[in-house]
Design a protein around this ligand. Structure first.
Ligand SMILES: CC(C)(COP(=O)(O)OP(=O)(O)OC[C@H]1O[C@@H](n2cnc3c(N)ncnc32)[C@H](O)[C@@H]1OP(=O)(O)O)[C@@H](O)C(=O)NCCC(=O)NCCS
Length: 170
């Protein structure tokens, strides 16, 4: 499945993405607040291979999408959806440092929220963020997510479907 936006293309990770994925995911600026950091290109290749055969909306799985520049196809990041239980979805997003601060993360996240709420009809989207990860918090607040209680030291952000599908003016 492929989703195209004004500047991006979201699709499956491919074997040939391993080197680029390793490069940005092992960069301390990207891995600092995240649970997974590839130790090698082979490790990144294993991450990609493990995605093979995982269908969208399979409960208890992470479904990982590549974020590419629409025109060149260059891999600039990834966005993962964790289908928790039929109703709720958790996500995580990473961008290569060279491609941050251009609005790409917001563009990718917005189209993914359209897909999750409008296409898959999920009720709730969540993200857990390390409390010092201000860039991520700014992104989540920017799309209207609400900061909730803490879980295992992380801050929980949440967005109910009704707010995304029928936003208020304020
Ligand atoms: C979280 C993360 C993806 C956010 O990336 P980001 O580059 O800050 O977010 P965006 O791509 O939406 O860019 C937003 C910035 O680009 C600016 N921008 C520049 N051109 C823009 C354009 N054409 N359209 C929109 N925004 C634009 C915005 O003004 C904004 O800047 P500001 O924060 O100073 O206001 C990134 O920090 C990251 O990969 N971090 C490491 C991984 C991580 O910790 N992930 C969190 C796990 S959930």
């Amino acid at each position: 499945m492929e989703i195209v936006t004004a500047r991006l293309r979201l699709d499956a990770l491919r074997d040939e993405d391993a080197e680029a994925l390793f490069a940005y995911r092992s960069d301390p600026a990207v891995s600092r607040f995240q649970g997974w950091k590839p130790a090698s290109i082979e490790d990144a290749a294993g991450f990609i291979a493990a995605q093979r055969g995982i269908a969208v909306d399979t409960p208890d799985t992470w479904w990982q999408r590549a974020i590419r520049l629409r025109d060149s196809g260059e891999l600039i990041g990834d966005l993962g959806l964790h289908f928790i239980d039929g109703r709720a979805v958790e996500f995580g997003i990473s961008l290569a440092p060279a491609h941050q601060r251009r609005g790409y993360a917001r563009e990718a996240l917005e189209v993914m929220l359209d897909f999750v709420f409008g296409g898959l009809r999920k009720q709730r989207v969540m993200a857990w963020v390390e409390p010092r990860n201000f860039m991520c918090m700014r992104l989540l607040e920017g799309v209207g997510m609400h900061r909730r209680d803490a879980k295992a030291g992380d801050v929980m952000f949440e967005l109910p479907a009704k707010e995304w599908l029928a936003p208020t003016d304020d």
